[in-house]
Design a protein around this ligand. Structure first.
Ligand SMILES: Nc1ncnc2c1ncn2[C@@H]1O[C@H](COP(=O)(O)OP(=O)(O)O)[C@@H](O)[C@H]1O
Ligand SMILES: [Mg+2]
Length: 649
């Protein structure tokens, strides 16, 4: 599985990777913020309910103020001097006109006056009777007892309303309209009326209780209360041509006053309260704040019971806020978040495209340049315009690499050229020398033979003998030189055997160590351990090392430090033998010529100039190489590289 992902990743272009990274981040952030946004919205939903609870409190307060306003009207009457005086005097007839005037101006539906026992004084037709409406009777009793005004909601039956006036009974009548999520129950009596009533004690100037004034306003179909509540709380907010807020007053489970519109366009009175609300608010007497169905739509609703003077729940005040409006806010918030995320994805795509392009452009030109070089093209420096610093650094590294390769190329070229020249030269000299040596070798032999014969015939003392000895000695020297020349020129096939270079070096040194020549020379061996074997001719190689060592001793004038180091080359394949001395060193102008035959800086009779050229020939025939490095006064190092014998390790 992880392998698969690896492969998948490996096959992706930089552009796709960038794109995926960007989109991943955007989706992550976008998704998270969308989730958070939705979470936040849902967390604010209870918050809406809190607002509703506060609104419900405010609604009840406005409703209470409305009741107080009716009580005010009653108080206005009760304070009137002429009313109090006439009542004190028992002159009921002269009371009627002023009371009727106020009743008219304050739009009161109920107006009664009782004596201090609570028996009716007005209306005149019922004089002396008890108040028939139980709720009204209760608040009058309370007002008498407490000597202060009492207001409450009072339920009037049809008969009780009709007793006031037939017109009132007619106004109160509201037939039940069935709507979804409601049931027509026994709770609804079409003809009942809910009256906001107040009982106000009337007292004389000196505080004597004279009677109780009882006023009331029928709330059925009365729009003033609900409109005032709605106007006070929500103004005229609408959503999709629908009022956002609905305020209703219920008698039993029936809407008797409301701001909700019916299908016909007038007020939706007569519609019923939702079933569960009925259960909890009307029957249970609780507050209720929940989403619910009102008339024809879902609302966030809040209900508060209305109680009559005896404490019985007779109705409710209800508020509703259109749920769709909140949903709509929620949906539009989510829609905005989603739109933003999509926009961000598009932007990220574009951005990653541009970014990848800006990265890939210099990279592509790098690739092109590399391919050109790999294909044998010239080593040109590339120019990267406006590339990111990292890639610019890559470009710089690339340029310094091409520069280095160019320099090395040139050096290699020079070296091979030099080498070719040298081996050409050596081959030519070799041929010449071989020819000459061959021609000279036989006469030299004759000279030596005949001079020996002559020597035997002359007496051991005397000038002649001395000269003959010199002839023999010089001839021998010539013979040695000619032999060296032949050694150098001859195509020798080395005798091949497996050799340990350390051992070969030791054997070479053993020949000389302890001799006078080496008395003042410190020999240091820095042999590598576990060196691979080489294949070669032991005697020939010994000759090579000997030549180099003797040159070193010469250069050090018999006093100094000789270091012999061996190691395997890196990369492997060769064993390197480095022989360093602390001698006079080789001046640069001589370095190229020291391998030439007969090149010597030593005086006549001291050097033949053949040691290094012979060594060179031997090493070459071993498929090896010999190199020298030196600085004048700082000694010289000769490094012989010999190929490792295959299969030895
Ligand atoms: N270790 C060395 N230090 C300084 N010069 C050297 C060294 N080895 C060789 N040379 C120089 O290279 C020359 C050639 O050496 P070689 O071919 O052995 O001839 P010869 O030793 O007979 O002079 C020497 O004359 C000397 O000038
Ligand atoms: Mg020499």
């Amino acid at each position: 599985m992880t392998m698969r992902i690896h492969n998948l990743l490996a096959n992706m272009t930089l552009r796709v990777r960038l794109l995926l990274a960007f989109i991943g981040i955007v989706l992550l952030v976008g998704g998270l913020s969308a989730l958070m946004g939705v979470g936040l919205l849902y967390r604010t939903l209870p918050h809406v309910q809190d607002v509703l609870a506060v609104d419900l409190g405010a609604a009840r307060e406005i409703y209470r103020q409305y009741g107080a306003h009716i009580a005010d009207a009653g108080r206005l009457m009760a304070r009137r001097r002429n009313i109090r005086e006439n009542l004190q005097r028992g002159d009921l007839d002269s009371l009627i006109t002023p009371l009727q005037a106020i009743r008219q101006s304050e739009d009161l539906d109920i107006l009664m006056l009782t004596d201090v026992r609570g028996d009716l004084l007005l209306p005149l037709k019922n004089r002396g009777q008890r108040i028939a409406v139980p709720g009204l009777a209760t608040i009058v009793r309370q007002a008498l007892r407490q000597r202060k005004e009492v207001s409450a909601a009072v339920v009037f039956s049809q008969a009780e309303l009709a007793a006031e006036s037939p017109e009132l009974a007619e106004r109160a009548r509201i037939e039940v309209v069935s709507t979804p999520h409601t049931t027509v129950g026994e709770q609804t009596d079409a003809s009942q009326g809910l009256v906001a009533a107040a009982a106000i004690p009337v007292t004389s100037d000196d505080g004597e209780l004279l009677g109780v004034l009882c006023v009331g306003q029928l709330l059925n179909r009365r729009t003033a209360v609900v409109d005032r509540i709605k106007g006070g709380l929500y103004r005229e907010e609408t959503f999709e041509q629908r009022d956002v807020a609905i305020v209703s007053i219920f008698l039993g489970g029936k809407r008797i006053a409301t701001t909700a519109a019916s299908a016909a366009g007038d007020r939706a009175v007569g519609t019923l309260i939702a079933e569960d609300v009925y259960k909890h608010v009307l029957l249970g007497g609780e507050r209720w704040i929940r989403p619910g169905y009102i008339v024809d739509d879902w609302y966030l609703t809040a209900y508060e019971p209305i109680r009559d003077p005896s404490g019985r729940v007779v109705g409710a005040v209800g508020l509703g806020l259109l749920e769709r409006k909140f949903e709509e806010t929620e949906h539009s918030a989510i829609a905005i978040l989603v739109a933003l995320t999509i926009l961000a994805v598009i932007l990220a795509t574009a951005l990653s495209y541009v970014l990848a392009k800006s990265i890939m452009k210099p990279v592509n030109s790098l690739i092109a340049a590399t391919e050109k070089i790999a294909g044998g093209g010239s080593l040109e420096a590339i120019k990267l315009d406006r590339a990111p610093p990292e890639i610019e650094a890559l470009g710089r590294a690339f340029n310094s690499m091409t520069a280095a390769i160019r320099a090395r190329d040139q050096q290699l070229h020079r070296q091979t050229h030099d080498k070719l020249m040298r081996s050409d030269r050596l081959a030519m000299i070799g041929q010449l020398a071989a020819g000459v040596a061959h021609e000279i070798n036989n006469p030299l032999g004759s000279i030596l033979l005949f001079s020996r014969l002559v020597i035997q015939q002359v007496p051991p003392q005397g000038r002649i003998r001395e000269n003959l000895d010199r002839i023999e000695k010089e001839t021998k020297r010539c013979h040695v030189i000619v032999k060296s020349l032949l050694d150098f020129a001859r195509e020798r096939k080395p005798l091949v055997e497996s050799l340990d270079v350390n051992e070969v070096l030791d054997m070479t040194l053993k020949l000389y160590e302890g001799q006078f020549l080496f008395q003042n020379i410190q020999v240091v061996r820095e042999y590598g351990t576990q060196l691979p074997k080489i294949r070669g001719d032991q005697l020939q190689l010994q000759q090579v090392f000997m030549n180099i060592v003797l040159n070193a001793v010469d250069a050090m004038n018999g006093r100094g430090r000789l270091v012999l180091a061996t190691k395997e080359s890196a990369p492997a394949g060769f064993v390197e033998i480095a022989i360093s001395d602390s001698g006079c060193g080789i001046p640069p102008e001589n370095i190229e010529r020291i391998f030439d035959p007969f090149f010597t800086t030593k005086g006549v009779g001291h050097g033949t100039g053949l040691g290094l050229s012979v060594s060179y020939g031997i090493v070459q025939s071993h498929q090896g190489d010999i190199a020298v490095s030196s600085a004048p006064g700082a000694g010289a190092t000769f490094t012989v590289s010999l190929p490792v014998a295959e299969g030895t390790r």
